[in-house]
Ligand binder design. Structure first.
Ligand code: ASP
Length: 447
């Protein structure tokens, strides 16, 4: 899946149906990459809001519709992608020694990333100082006082349908994990009794794969609304709050870049030098293509073929190990996204004066990790997951509106980090198992 493909899809459909100048205008609209349209909307929206003042609230409805569509995606995206992710681990045997090492490193690096995001957000407080009292918020879930017994019980999906209807993210994830594990076990039983692997459970696993794909496509359609939503929301925010809001956003963007750079320069370099024991500079030379593609497409999935090529050809990782770890990583290992989800939740809490207890920090860390696992490797994949984290700790979903306009700039850096992380762990896993030809890596200029 390529980003060009993504953004061209609706355009192609419109282009074939339309006619005359309407067709030309539509085709012209879709010919501009989505992120450029979003940035233009951001700038025009900010100018409109500045000139129009509080009256800009009259177009807020457009932004509300955009946020409603994002909310619509939360439940099905989590359900289908978590179930299909667990079921994709599929063959427990193949997972074996490669799998547990890679997954352990995915989880550990994800934790470091979230803690870094929370630390940067707490320490540098990018959302403090903006008076948001004039913004009329939609209903925000009330965070209740912490009681660990309640918390444990609230994670149990007593009524799966109720959990979905009320968008309760944690129990939904527990339910999805259990469905995935159930599929795995049923598949194994069917395989041993029929020996074909073509039983009903395998078909259901495939249906969940398709479901996840379908909702990724729907996400792409919803993302086409971003320029309109961003225009309206930024006009409303700037019209009501003035330029303080813009300064706060600039700080958030800067912290997103700082966090991602720290992950790459400190954490990944340390793993490469001390765990994988390879030449750090050779690694980055060999990965430059993939990092550039990740940065420009903002999509781990679109970058996957390039990441595979770089790890195999330039870094000397064996084909089976790189195919398995890189593919798995491109879906579940998103450290840039995890760091950002922690950071942006604190940003939203600071912006709207939501008091967070220490248990909320725990919930954010947990959900940012799970959110980064569940996020699709497509532009804006992390944006959709924000809603899930925000709802769990009572941060207003309007924060999404606030940050959506600058999301693409941050997404590019998150994706470059995500892809670098996938390759780092692939090299480390391969190195532990002797599945890497390190001489390739030291002569990695041949890209
Ligand atoms: N675009 C990112 C990726 O593909 C996900 C995100 O939005 O953070 O890796």
């Amino acid at each position: 899946m390529s980003e060009t493909g993504n953004s061209a899809e609706p355009g192609r459909a419109a282009g074939t149906k339309g006619s005359g100048s309407g067709k030309g205008a539509l085709a012209g609209w879709f010919a501009i990459p989505l992120w450029q349209r979003v940035i233009a909307a951001l700038i025009l929206g900010a100018i409109t809001g500045y000139v129009w003042g509080p009256g800009a609230e009259s177009i807020k409805i457009v932004g509300d519709v955009f946020i409603d569509f994002i909310k619509m995606l939360i439940v099905p995206l989590i359900f289908f992608s978590v179930v299909s992710g667990v079921a994709a681990i599929g063959n427990l045997g193949r997972l074996g020694s490669v799998g547990w090492r890679a997954i352990l490193m995915f989880v550990l690096t994800g934790q470091v990333a979230v803690i870094l995001g929370l630390t940067l957000g707490t320490w540098l407080e990018p959302g403090v100082g903006v008076d948001t009292s004039m913004l009329e918020m939609g209903a925000t879930p009330e965070p209740s006082p912490f009681d660990w017994r309640e918390m444990v019980r609230s994670m149990i999906p007593v009524s799966p349908v109720g959990v979905m209807a009320n968008v309760q993210v944690l129990p939904l994830i527990v339910f999805s994990l259990l469905v995935g594990i159930g599929i795995l076990l049923a598949k194994r039983e069917e395989e041993s009794s029929e020996g074909t692997g073509k039983g009903g459970a395998a078909a259901i696993a495939r249906a969940f794969d398709s479901g996840a794909l379908i909702f990724q496509k729907i996400t792409i359609i919803v993302m086409e609304l971003t320029p309109f939503g961003v225009f309206a929301l930024i006009a409303w925010v700037v019209g009501t709050l003035g330029l303080d809001a813009v300064a706060a956003l600039a700080q958030l963007v800067a912290l997103n870049y700082l966090g991602c750079l720290l992950l790459i320069v400190v954490m990944y370099s340390a793993i490469l030098a001390f765990v994988a024991r390879v030449q750090v500079m050779g690694f980055f030379r060999g990965m430059i293509d993939a990092i550039a593609v990740a940065y420009s497409t903002a999509s781990s999935s679109a970058t996957l073929p390039v990441t595979l090529r770089c790890t195999q050809r330039n870094l000397g990782v064996s084909k089976p190990t790189s195919s398995f770890v890189v593919s798995l990583g491109s879906t579940i290992n998103m450290d840039g996204t995890a760091m950002y989800l922690g950071l942006v939740t604190l940003f939203g809490a600071q912006l709207f004066g939501v008091d967070l207890s220490w248990s909320d920090y725990f919930v954010i860390a947990l959900l940012a990790t799970v959110g980064s696992i569940g996020a699709a490797g497509i532009p804006g994949g992390g944006l959709v997951m924000m809603g899930a984290v925000f709802s769990a700790v009572g941060v207003p979903l309007e924060t999404i509106a606030f940050v959506a306009g600058v999301d693409r700039i941050m997404d590019m850096m998150r994706t470059a980090t995500n892809v670098t992380g996938d390759a780092t762990i692939t090299v480390a896993t391969a190195s532990m198992l002797g599945e890497i030809d390190k001489s390739e890596l030291s002569s990695a200029d041949d890209v």
